[in-house]
Design a protein around this ligand. Sequence first.
Ligand SMILES: [Zn+2]
Length: 490
Amino acid sequence: MSRTLHLHNGFFIIDPTLGTYCHSLTMSDGIIQAHDSLAPEQAECIDLHGQCAVPGFVDSHLHLVLGATGSGDVQLNGCASRAEFETMAISSSCKDASEDWLVGSGWSEECLGEMPNRMWFSNKTKTPILFYSADFHCAVVNDALLQNVDVEKVKTLQGGQRIDEGLIFEDALFKGIMPHIPEVSLSVKVERTKRAIRELHECGITFVGTMEKMKDIASVLVAIQECQQLRMRAMCVDDPTTEMIESCNTLEQNSYLKITGFKSFLDGTLGSRTAKMYFPWVDTEGSGVWTGHALLDDLNKWVRKVSSAGFAPVLHAIGDEAVGRALHVLKDVDGSLVPRIEHAQCIAERDLSAVSNRWFGVQPTHQPEDMKLGMKSLGRERMSELHNWRRMIDAGGLLSFGSDWPIAQPNPLLSMQIAIGQGLTPNEALVSSTTYGAQSLRSTKGGHLRVGAYADIAVLDQDPLQCDWKETPPSVTMTIVAGKPVYTKE
Ligand SMILES: [Zn+2]
């Protein structure tokens, strides 16, 4: 039997792109049925006591399964010296003396003060150890791990040149090392992903765009969608071979799980200085690197393959030259497929005119750390290029916000606060966290609360369009998915 929920005595922002609102909302069968109408008989009623409700937040770019299960058991965030790093490595490898690999993540050169290397691990350890950097585009590994991989082969891949030091970057990491990491079992993956979804609900997130391998989509996400707790739009990171496209098309899809696109990398990151820039870095030799299909020089072919199969081509581009190339290569793709450029951290003046009506998945929570990095690596002159969302919107760009979790914690209200601090209006920040987030994932029923929309809602203790974002930003008090409360603040 369908369940009817009636929320009343609130302020509901129906559609942030239209500026429409109401004071009560009725939903059944998981869908918004009416605004400002009387509670139907037998409806469950919730009094919002004047609180504000917005469309459930959309995190348009994260790595759900990787974040829940792949970032490892050792957290190195905040690790500030070689001594601290070594202690962490020794204490965790003692605990787990099995054949399994020990995986960790979160270190950064910035925080450590220098790059780590294989000598930082005790050579007595028999357990293969791999510690990802905070941006997951680099890893440091120990000798035991190097014995498990074909070092000479990894050396030939982009980013494999420093493997003798135990440092592996980009394609060499993604293609040469990651496939060797022993798999976490399906039941553990499902359990940990469910736990992660509960944390998303605490932040008001009801809808995500997630970057996944097909085998995780077909096993973990298929199992997760049965719980009907989160709308997931997956972007497949595998190569779009005929067989892969066939498996995407034959996967049973519903309002909780759809495959919307394929993702490829054009370059690396700011932190690793592997983002591809038009001009050299200030503090490192070179101007970054091309990766993936940009390096193989068959990017146009990749885009055609993806789009002719009806999927969105989604391109990771961080450096200004990479963003320029992404804008160019996606130029003629049918707009209804919603091609996206992810991160787009640096945009050169020469490419601004191409930004209008194009979709960008950006990460406000990366901005505070990146500004420090930018000063060092780009120099003062290029700082206006970096994370300049005001300039992108003024040039007609369409922005959807995401966290890129596990690189940053998913927290849409923090994203909004940072974006507002950088000159966006509260309404622009809300649009990028809701309506545009859903549109960028090809959903017409998510990201707003018009009649017929998904009954996915975040209730806030303050009106995000009126509150003091600097001093007292709002917080989430309730999250509703498909007309059912999934989180209520104690
Ligand atoms: Zn990502």
